[in-house]
Design a protein around this ligand. Sequence first.
Ligand code: GUN
Ligand code: ZN
Length: 430
Amino acid sequence: MTDQMLLLGQTLNFTGNPLEDRWENTVSIDSAGGVLIAGGHIQAVGNGAELRKAHPFAQVTDYGDALICPGFVDAHVHYPQTAIIASWGKRLIDWLNLYTFPEEMRLADPAYATDIAGRYLDLTLAHGTTTVCSYATITPQSVNAIFEAAALRGQRIVAGKTCMDRNAPDGLRDTAQTAYDDSKALIQRWQGKGRAGYAITPRFTPTSTPEQLAALGALWAEYPDCLMQTHLSEQLDEIAWVRDLVPTARDYLDTYEEHGLIGARAVYGHAIHLTPREIDRISETGAALVHCPTSNTFIGSGLFDMVSLAARHIPIGLATDTGGGSSFSMLRTMAAAYEIGQLRGTPLHAAQLMWLATAGSARSLHLQDKIGTLSAGFEADITILDLASTPAIAQRASNAQDIWDMVFATLMMGDDRAIKDVWVAGQKRG
Ligand code: GUN
Ligand code: ZN
C-alpha cells in the first residue's frame, strides 16, 4: 500500500484514565515508538523498528526524540472572540457587554465571519489543536463559516449557533422560535456531515428566557445524538443574577434541568462554584464539565475543583475558552490547569495534563472512540511536540530526571514553537 505513512519518535500511549486510576497504570511513553497511518486513520501503533520492518513500503518521517501525541482537543471555545482575546480589566458580565457582544455583532457580516473562522482554525492548528468545540454567534452564517472552514482543513469539529433572546444588545438576539428553527436547520445541514457534529447552544440562563430554554430542550429531545453546550456557575455575580432571574430554581443547574437541558451529552463550561446537589446531578446523569483555566484566572472567576469532580467519575475536558481565556495554546492551558491545581493543593502530573488535553477532552465531547488517543482505528489527528523548542526549555530538558520531567518543562514553558508538525486525518498541515 503506497499511501501508508510511518511516523517514528517517542509515542504517548493511554490505556485508561489517569484522573481515576494511578497515572503510572494508564499512561506511558514509548521512547522508540511508531504510528502507522493510512486512509486518514491510524493503522497500528507500536515499536518503530518492528513497524518499519513489517511495512517496508511505508513512507517514513523520523521525528527522533520528539513526542508523537494525539492532536489537542479544545473542548470549549468561542471562535468569534478571536480578535478580542486578551481584553483588559473586566469581569464576566462587563467583559461580555464591553468587548464580546460588540465583536460578535461584527460577525453578522458573512465575509468577516468567514475570515475569523479561517483565522481561528489556522491559529489553533499552529498551536497543535486539531479539534475544537465552538460557540458561534446568533447568526446561522457564523455557524456555517466555522463548519465550512473546518471541512476545508479536513478537521473534526463540534459547533453550534449561540442562542440569546434577552439581556443582549439589539442585533444579537433571536427568539425562542427562531432559535429553535435556525438550530434545527443547522442540525439537519451539519450533524454527522463528514467530520462535523452539532451542539445545541443556549449561551447561558441570563441570556435565554425560560421559553427559549424550553424550545431548545424540546429540540435536543428530537435530536438526542447532538451535544448540548452551555455555561454553568462561572462567577459569583453571574450566579446571583441567575438566582434573581429564576427565583424558583433550586440552583443554577436547575434552570437548565427544568427544561430538559441535562443529560449524558450535556457539556457545561466552567462549573466552578457548584453546590453538592449540582455535583450529584451532574455525576448521576453523566454530563461533562469543561475546565477553562486561563479564562478562570483571566476573568477572575475562581478555582475549578478538578480532583474532587474527577473522583465522582464526571467526564472532564480541558479548554482555552477563547477569547475569555488568554491563549490559543493547549500547552499554556495545561500550565494554567497545573497552577490552579497548585493553588488548591492538588498538583496534576504531566500525564494527567496531557490526557485532559487529548483523550479527556475527546471523552467530554463523546468522541473518545474517534480522536484523542493513538490507537489502531482512530482518526489520524496527531501533534508532534519538540521537547527542546527554545533555549530556555532545552537547557531545562537537558537536566531532566526522566521523560516526564522533560515533557513537564514543555507543558509549563512551551508555546507554538514547540509544535513541530500537525497531522489532520493523516495529512500533514502547514
Ligand atoms: N458566559 C456566557 N457567555 C460567555 C462567554 O462568551 N465567555 C465566558 N467565559 N463566559 C460566558
Ligand atoms: Zn464560554
